[in-house]
Design a protein around this ligand. Sequence first.
Ligand code: PLP
Ligand code: TYF
Length: 397
Amino acid sequence: MFQSLPPAASDPILSVAEAFRNDTRPHKLDLGIGVYRDAAGNTPVMLAVREAERQLLAQQSSKSYVGLAGNPRFNRAVEKLVLGDAADTAAWVSMQTPGASGGLRLLADLLVSSRSGTDRPLPRVWISDPSYVNHAPVMRAAGLPVEHYPYLDAASGTLRREAFFDAVAGLGQDDVLLLHGCCHNPSGVDLAAADWQRLAAMVAKQGFIPFVDLAYQGFGAGMEADAAGLRLLADASAEMLLVYSCSKNFGLYRERTGAAMVKAGSQAVAAVRGKLFELARRSYTMPPDHGAELVARILESSELTALWDEELTAMRLRVQTTRVLLTQALAAQGVAADYLCTHQGMFSMLPLDGKAIAQLRDEAAVYVVAGGRINLAGLDTARIDELALALADVMQV
Ligand code: PLP
Ligand code: TYF
């Protein structure tokens, strides 16, 4: 059966993680996979999560199935986090999914289903250049054609604003625009408030479908600020898609906790919900409950919410401080990288080619993702000067 299986495509980020693990040099430094680490180098279980877990252990009386939409209390709570307390959610359908990853595939399948039995072409999904490593593979695996829009100017570490808007100006009703809600992965370059407003006006006029991936809410400028842009789009769009991840902002990575949300318009809500149920059933059927139940418990308790918010704020501030310290340390080595302080979230891209990345790995035991992405949220601040020295060696001074 499997003798002629074609070789597997490797994951460019997980393969860096594996190479790092296999490196025996004690001074090795991992700037690869996107996980938050504290000053001690740990990715902690958040205190609010621990407390919710303690309560759950004491109180949960059954492990019976929950349902195709997952945990309904989680779904309502995430709707509020994303759309705001005052949002009218009647036009939205929300499904708990196995991480945002599961949500991406579910909504890709929904897009394909939306055209079955019609003579309309499959929608094209427009993805930023560059984007999260799994965006294009997941969309293509569902059968959707993928196109790229200009986004990052690698040399200056800024948005290619006019080229981006020129590409968006060409989109219409057969196009889906996949955007990062905040903390763009891999570049850290986010749209400004004025850009979101401009996009909202364009979507209202042109009728393309916005598809927002919100995987780092709270890691940029704050929980509310990080959702402000997508809320403008939600107000302006008749239809919209969104995936949400609790991996980073609740530290629930391995619990696979996320959601898919669809603004369907009140006429189509029932049809969309039914189709999402069918698509979930033919794939994973029901999402894991543990992480979703913890998030629901945290957000239903004002005390646990306050505890969680405090810890998330500390994580955000720590990453922001790391950005300032690395910029200063690079400047001391003659490398101007002020753009690092204009970026948001865990990642930035440095102008590093394949040779520089290999040299960093081989000579300094510094691990960076192909393309030059660094995870600032994984960096021990005590080792910033050492990193700046290694980077200055391979970057043009
Ligand atoms: N989308 C983006 C932009 C991401 O960076 C990630 C990575 O964690 C995901 C989706 C997947 O998140 P999850 O762990 O919820 O599947
Ligand atoms: O971009 C990252 O590093 C995170 C984690 O296939 C991740 O989003 C990495 C690789 C992958 C899935 C998630």
